[in-house]
Design a protein around this ligand. Structure first.
Ligand code: SF4
Ligand code: SF4
Length: 66
């Protein structure tokens, strides 16, 4: 199973990844990060490794592991 890692303290909270994961595996955290925004978090689950999330992230803070 593939997975992703989000560098939470570099996330600026644009949520493009949340909107673009075809499987709905990224949500918005309850806590603020170092930038003072609620970062995106990977929920786990059936990640296909499609890399859509990493592709749309403007700041390249998502790494996909296949
Ligand atoms: S790699 Fe694809 S399936 Fe996995 S979290 Fe990113 S967008 Fe979703
Ligand atoms: S696309 Fe990148 S910067 Fe935007 S919420 Fe997702 S991880 Fe954060």
């Amino acid at each position: 199973m593939a997975k992703i890692k989000i560098n939470k303290d570099r996330c600026k909270g644009c949520y493009l990844c949340v909107a673009n994961c075809p499987n709905g595996l990224i949500k918005i955290a309850g806590e603020l990060n170092a930038k003072g925004v609620k970062p995106a978090v990977f929920t786990g689950g059936k990640c296909t490794g499609c890399a859509m999330c990493a592709l749309v992230c403007p700041d390249c803070v998502i790494t996909v592991y296949k």
